[in-house]
Design a protein around this ligand. Structure first.
Ligand code: SAM
Length: 230
């Protein structure tokens, strides 16, 4: 397997509008387990998100763009409540099939909507913090530039986009680890394709350009961070 360069010609099964709906729903539901295992959001919450929300000293509004099955934003909401922070969470995704799964995770503080960052920007919405998980590697170059600009335009505070870091060890370990979870889902095919489509830190920093900075907050993870300009 050549992982020296991004394989941008690969398409993930979940990005096919005609893919098997049951397998897609199972994939979106089981992203929860995958994100818990490899997402690294615990550290990002403790070191990045929680201190920023605490500094605000008032109720906050946070947006998750491309929220998929909604598990990341639902988990962040649980941690905020545990840590005594008053936060309203919104997950958005342009795919109605993702929304259907995400809505099973709605709660008093967490809601979901079928839109994208450009739609919310046009509506004049703003948020204290904007984040995403595993969206960047799905985007073509022009889409990435728009996504980066739209998400900054929505944030009065910080924007944080998390993704996988491409690498041989990540590919090998995912291939082994996913065996227990993959049944009836696209998790093996799409996970391995995701790794092949993903960036290395310096590639992502160069693709996003100034003022984005890309760090590796956990093994096989990237976090692109910029100040919002809302
Ligand atoms: C791999 S899934 C990740 C879902 C979720 N964030 C997670 O971590 O499990 C990628 C999601 O991004 C969404 N997406 C793709 N392009 C997008 C865009 N331009 N704006 C917002 N969401 C997008 C897709 O519909 C899909 O639900």
């Amino acid at each position: 397997m050549n992982l020296a360069e991004r394989d941008t010609a690969l398409r993930e099964l979940m990005d096919d509008p005609d893919c098997d709906p049951d397998a897609l729903a199972a994939t979106l539901e089981r992203f929860d387990l995958v994100n818990r295992a490899i997402g690294g959001w615990g550290r990002v919450w403790r070191r990045g998100i929680r201190p920023r929300l605490q500094r605000l000293g008032r109720p906050a509004r946070v947006l998750d763009v491309g929220s998929g099955g909604g598990d990341v934003v639902a988990r962040l909401a649980t941690w905020a409540e545990r840590d005594g922070l008053d936060v309203e969470w919104l997950g958005i995704d342009p795919d109605p099939r993702a929304l259907e799964v995400a809505r099973t995770r709605e709660s008093a503080r967490v809601s979901f909507a079928a839109t994208d960052a450009a739609g919310l920007r046009a509506a004049g919405e703003t948020f204290d913090l904007v984040l995403s998980n595993h969206v960047l590697h799905h985007l073509e170059a022009a889409e990435l530039a728009e996504f980066a600009a739209d998400t900054r335009a929505l944030a009065t505070g910080t924007v944080m986009h998390a993704d996988i870091e491409r690498g041989r060890l990540a590919y090998a370990l995912y291939g082994i680890g996913i065996t227990a979870l993959e049944r009836g889902t696209f998790l093996r095919t799409d996970g391995l394709r995701s790794i092949r489509r993903s960036y290395r830190a310096e590639e992502l920093e160069s693709a996003l350009g100034s003022p984005w900075r890309v760090a590796s907050p956990a093994p096989f993870r990237l976090l692109a961070v910029a100040d919002g300009d809302a």
